[in-house]
Design a protein around this ligand. Structure first.
Ligand SMILES: [Zn+2]
Length: 568
């Protein structure tokens, strides 16, 4: 085999490529490029749901040439974007990597914080800060500063370990529409670029760069987002060929002004208030991400020598489309087929520049997704949104008052999934923290839609039986950032409120539809197979470390995905 002989030659020049798993020394072409793709909200069943209609070279490349893990589940309870991304990047659980939620309550600052906000490192582009008037993502709006950095990720990432291994000679980059999708994958040693809806450009912060390379300025000056102006997101194929071809107009889909609930979805004029936002709620967001990533690949010269480089790409459109229309919608179906095309373009370009035989491609997701309750109800499966506005909290507050002399004031903050108690007030009133936590949890459980309310004191003292749900909440528990009570809603029930906008679906639960994601590993000599044993996305980072001969990231507790190392 030609590839084998190339690999034997390269072994001599890069010692990390000779590795040993279970005592068996393995030799394989060492990757020149690690391409780690995250598809935001790509639930584990989605890559094969429309398998007969996939094109060539996208998902089909991964299905036919990769190891496909068809039973991968997150082991933490709060299945949100930064939590999953940081787990993919570090191999650690949120308890240890510290990203316990997109937004948590900082007890020292006395306010909610956004996961990667960092006022020390302003954006490098003026006017690129989150514009609350057009921002649909409710979590980014919580940031008090435009600055961003990975400082709050408490352990090393695989990309950091690659940088350490190679003495900084490996080139490490990540790109995403979402700031947190790029910052997490670039780690502390790499460089991250993300899309500013306010300026319509890919930007970064002063944590990474003091000045943009010329190719970034050039790409932004070319105003690529403008090419969608005055046009619409149309179906890729004939409507009859779609599973949901007859189900475009569903009452639970979110009708954004001008964008509507049915195809075609117009993006509007380029100076429209929501123009760049609408691009990100459609396959256009992924296409722009790809264009920028390919420009990066070329200009930063990734994968062209024997020192492996790292490129992380997080595609965000599947998440936004899922939230707005639901994962079982005509929009989500078309988005997936278009994502398939975007992946095919990516793999073709990588093949031409680096060679897929020299590129280790890993694809996974940060979390899965629930079905829109309306879609389930139509099938006879009970499901509904939860509206906290309808909760009658008075009896709970009364009960707490009777017992402790204080009611509502005991709760300092409530931002899902955590309730934060006012510890100072509890101390001032000489109350027992554990007792208050327990009492508040007992009252929360009585509210409509709440299935479990697990107090942190109970977690610390091991008061719960060893059950998978409790283990997931424990894996999510960081003593400095987690709240005092973790609230779990009943399966198929969730709050679908984006700061006043009701969306079709929202992930974030510990239930299997939210924990289930695909994992594909392909290229660089990996032998294709489908694997049904249960694995976890935090197995990816230590596996990548083993492949390049680096040490695992500092908080990693993942197992090696041994099938990736098999020669036949
Ligand atoms: Zn989401």
């Amino acid at each position: 085999m030609r590839l084998r002989s190339i690999s034997m030659f390269l072994l001599a020049s890069f010692p990390g490529s000779l590795y040993s798993v279970h005592g068996v020394a393995q030799a394989r072409n060492p990757p020149r490029l690690i391409l780690q793709i995250t598809v935001d909200q790509l639930r584990g069943d989605l890559p094969t749901r429309y398998r007969d209609r996939l094109g060539a070279g996208g998902f089909r490349y991964l299905l036919e040439h990769g190891v496909h893990y068809a039973n991968a589940h997150y082991l933490h309870a709060n299945t949100e974007t930064i939590v999953g991304h940081a787990t993919l990047a570090t191999g650690a659980h949120p308890a240890v990597h510290g990203m316990v939620a997109n937004v948590w309550y900082d007890r020292e600052l006395g306010r909610l914080v956004y996961n990667i906000e960092d006022s020390r490192y302003r954006l490098l582009t003026a006017g690129a800060d989150v514009d609350a008037a057009i921002e649909i993502d409710p979590t980014q709006k919580k940031a008090r500063s435009e600055g961003r950095s990975p400082a709050a990720i408490l352990v090393s990432t695989f990309s950091d370990e690659l940088a350490i291994l190679t003495g900084g000679r490996a080139k490490v980059f990540a790109v995403s529409v979402k700031d947190r999708g790029a910052v997490s994958m670039a780690g502390h040693a790499g460089k991250a670029f993300w899309f500013s809806k306010a300026s319509g450009e890919f930007v970064t912060s002063t944590y990474y760069l003091e000045q943009y390379p010329k190719w970034v300025d050039d790409w932004n000056a070319e105003r690529h987002p403008d090419r969608y102006a005055g046009t619409s997101w149309k179906l890729l194929h004939a409507r009859e060929s779609y599973l949901f071809g007859d189900a475009d107009d569903r009452p639970w889909e979110t009708a954004l002004p001008g964008f509507g609930r049915t195809f075609p979805h117009p993006w509007g004029a380029k100076d429209g208030k929501l123009y760049t936002t609408l691009l990100t709620l459609s396959p256009a967001g992924d296409e722009l991400t790809l264009d920028f990533a390919l420009k990066l690949l070329e200009n930063e010269d990734l994968g062209t020598d024997e020192i492996p480089d790292f490129l992380g790409i997080s595609f965000s459109a599947t998440d936004y489309v899922g939230h707005i229309f639901g994962p079982s919608s005509l929009e989500a179906e078309d988005n997936l087929l278009r994502l398939d095309r975007t992946l095919a373009r990516l793999f073709k370009a990588v093949d031409e520049r680096v060679g897929l035989a020299n590129t280790l491609v890993v694809l996974s997701a940060d979390h899965g997704a629930p079905e829109a309750p309306g879609a389930l109800t139509e099938l006879g499966i009970e499901s509904a949104y939860i509206d906290p506005g309808t909760w009658d909290k008075a009896p709970a507050i009364e009960a707490l008052k009777r017992r402790f002399g204080i009611g509502q004031q005991l709760i300092e903050a409530f931002y899902l999934p955590y309730v934060y108690l006012d510890r100072q007030l509890i101390a001032e009133h000489d109350l027992d923290q554990a007792e208050v936590e327990h009492a508040v949890a007992n009252e929360l459980i009585k509210l409509d839609g709440v299935a479990f309310a697990v107090s942190s004191e109970a977690l610390r003292s091991g008061a719960f039986p060893e059950m998978p749900l409790v283990r997931k909440i424990l894996n999510n528990f960081n003593p400095k950032r987690s709240g005092d009570i973790f609230v779990v809603f009943e399966p198929q029930r969730f709050i679908a409120d984006f700061d006043g906008l009701t969306v079709a679906s929202t992930h974030g639960s510990p239930w299997s539809y939210d924990t289930f994601v695909p994992i594909f590993v392909a290229g660089a000599g990996v032998v294709p197979r489908k694997v049904y044993r249960r694995v976890a996305p935090n197995d990816i980072a230590p596996t990548l470390s083993a492949i390049v001969g680096a040490k695992p990231p500092s908080g990693s507790v993942g197992e090696l995905l041994v099938e990736v190392f098999r020669n036949e």
